[in-house]
Design a protein around this ligand. Structure first.
Ligand code: GTP
Ligand code: SPV
Ligand code: MN
Length: 588
């Protein structure tokens, strides 16, 4: 399929290492996809769902020990440990290669190795980059076909000499103790062994489009971020775009596809989804930031997705979708998950493959990190700019986390550098998207803690440096949909009603609305959050817009500890200045 010597060499080396019985090149044709689906169904790797209700949809169950990203086994391999920084696990490239190769050696014996040529971004766009993933998993192939642009055109784009990101994946024994997701940023190489799940194995996603790409972006002067991208169409037909970084399972997919409340729809507001997880961002000739979504599908959290919370995501999953670790309803061979509706199936199989009765069982039927892999084109509100080669210009960047207390519903930074500070101090409660305890507050700067391919301090510096190159920077905000009351209830309705906050953000960008200057930045006056049609108390709104100086003084101390003891060095002076200002403001 190609004359590219580097591609051929990479495939040869992978064959020599894993010794598969045969090699299949993925050309992206429907015929080949259909054959692979049929083969996966015949071996039980995929379950074919009800083709009348869910055409071209399949279910996959992973091993029970393999249900999420494994941050403790995700490694940045650079020559010097200090260059990986305090947020990453480090190994030297020599040790990283040695470890992965020893584990993978001979592990495809008797199996087929698939070679997936794929593009992150539209083929032919200056933003785009090509990857080659070799894998022994049909599930990975079929997911990559949805999540990226796969096929011969990617090899054609490489030509005889083009460079690409190398991804080697082998399921091996799905052994947790020998599971490794290793990155070699200097070699544009990723090696993943002993997993068959999501972000560990769909190497175009977090491994390439964030960890490797963030490293490349720093060298080349652009940014790879864990951000959704959405367009807001205003009643007068004008469109503005925003990108938002929230940690895993903190609401990116939901915000990216939101349906505005009725009063906003009636007025003519619409949301258009450009991306739900990753943004590649460059400075345009006009001095603005321009963003593309390098992916081609959504790998979305299933639980909580329903007709009310996110009808667009649900609609996107009604055809051509692979479901992972959800409930199989045996009565009609469809799928179910917690929070889909109030009618769990009685005759069902849970995510572990055991019989399950949703009416009587006291265990969850779907894994909390169960997912759907759906083509972006299925989404009813997909943006007409989805395939744009230049991307969309950003009016605002929004950071946000899951914080029961302290952080208000929304605030605006004073300027770019202060906005970088706001991103750098993000903390969020952990979720089921990664293995480990859920609900533990941790620092997650720019929602990138698990995804920065180098030293976090250098990453902050890169943000500061980018600011110097943007004559017309987006305004930077922070949101928190997750404030809780005394009984653990969410104090803000969230989901579609987040449009009310987006509207304030865009009005701020347009200079249309005043704001209250506080210790942390600009906060809305409650009267300026449009509550039309919502039965919601202004007192509650006031309470989640309040900035409690005592709490923020304590937060500032905690951040000082994080900067001083965790990150330790390489923190830009601009961020220390913002921290000092915060402390001073809290005392004033
Ligand atoms: P990743 O795909 O892991 O990066 O996650 P994500 O950031 O796209 O999160 P997603 O939109 O899938 O939401 C994760 C969980 O948060 C789901 O259970 C949602 O129901 C819930 N959620 C999303 N938005 C809101 C909101 O505005 N309020 C509340 N209370 N929950 C929300
Ligand atoms: C995340 O964890 O942020 C995800 C899912 O988007 S995964 O692809 O597994 O990383
Ligand atoms: Mn994500």
């Amino acid at each position: 399929m190609t004359n590219n010597k580097k591609v051929l060499q990479f495939v040869e080396e992978s064959v020599a290492l894993a010794t598969p019985a045969n090699v299949v090149w993925i050309d992206g044709s429907q015929q080949q996809i259909d054959a692979l689906r049929a083969e996966a169904v015949s071996t039980g790797e995929l379950i074919k769902l009800n083709q009348e209700l869910l055409p071209d949809c399949y279910l996959h169950r992973t091993a029970v020990n393999d249900v999420a990203r494994v941050e403790a086994r995700t490694v940045i391999c650079l020559p010097k440990e200090e260059d990986a920084g305090p947020t990453n696990i480090w190994k030297s490239p020599e040790e990283g290669y040695k470890t992965c190769r020893e584990i993978a050696r001979g592990k495809m014996a008797g199996k087929t190795m698939y070679v997936i040529p794929y593009s992150m971004g539209v083929v032919g766009s200056e933003f785009s980059k090509i990857g080659i993933e070799v894998t022994d998993s049909i599930y990975v192939v079929l997911n990559m076909v949805i999540m990226t642009r796969v096929g011969k055109m990617c090899l054609d784009a490489l030509g005889e000499d083009g460079d690409f990101i190398k991804g080697f994946h082998a399921k091996c024994d799905i052994d947790e103790e020998n599971r490794w997701i290793m990155h070699f940023p200097q070699d544009n190489t990723i090696m993943s062994v002993n997993s068959g799940y999501g972000g560990n194995v769909l190497l175009g996603k977090k491994c390439f489009a964030l960890r490797i790409a963030s490293y490349l972006g720093r060298e080349e002067g652009w940014m790879a971020e864990h951000m959704l991208i959405l367009g807001v169409k205003a009643p007068d037909g004008t469109k503005k775009y925003v990108a938002a970084a929230f940690p895993s399972a903190c609401g990116k997919t939901n915000l990216a596809m939101l349906i505005p409340p009725k009063s906003f729809r009636d007025a003519g507001y619409e949301i258009e989804c450009v991306g739900d997880d990753i943004a590649w961002i460059r400075v345009g000739e006009d001095g603005r930031l321009w963003a593309v979504n390098p992916e081609n599908g959504f790998f979305g959290v299933a639980p909580g997705t329903n007709e009310k919370s996110n009808p667009n995501a649900l609609a996107a999953t009604r055809k051509g979708t692979i479901f992972t670790n959800v409930v199989q309803n045996l009565d009609n061979n469809t799928v179910w998950w917690e929070g889909l509706d109030k009618n769990p199936p009685e005759n069902a199989i849970d995510w572990k493959g055991n019989p399950w009765n949703g009416k009587t069982s006291d265990v969850k039927g779907a894994h909390p990190n169960s997912r759907f892999t759906a083509p972006a084109k299925n989404c009813p509100c997909v943006s007409p700019e989805f395939d744009s080669k230049t991307g969309v210009p950003l009016s605002a960047i929004i950071f946000g986390g899951r914080r029961a207390t302290t952080t208000p519903l929304v605030y605006q930074s004073r300027d770019w550098n202060h906005g970088v500070f706001v991103g750098s101090i993000m903390s969020s409660e952990t979720t089921a998207a990664a293995t480990g305890a859920v609900g533990v507050l941790r620092h997650d700067p720019m929602a990138m803690k698990p995804f920065i391919g180098y030293h976090v301090g250098d990453y902050f510096q890169h943000w500061i440096d980018m600011g110097k190159k943007i004559s017309n920077p987006p305004k930077i905000f922070n949101v928190n949909w997750f404030r809780q009351g005394p009984n653990g209830e969410f104090l803000w309705p969230g989901f579609g009603d987040n449009m009310r906050v987006l509207k304030w953000i865009l009005d701020r960008c347009d200079g249309k609305v005043e704001a209250r200057e506080t210790a942390i930045g600009y906060v809305p006056y409650a009267k300026d959050i449009d509550l039309t049609g919502l039965d919601y108390s202004v007192d509650t709104l006031e309470s989640i817009l309040a900035v409690d100086k005592e709490r923020w003084a304590a937060e500032a101390e905690e951040i000082t500890g994080y900067y001083t003891n965790t990150i330790k060095d390489r923190i830009p002076a601009e961020l220390w200045e913002s921290l000092e200002t915060l402390k001073k403001n809290c005392k004033a």
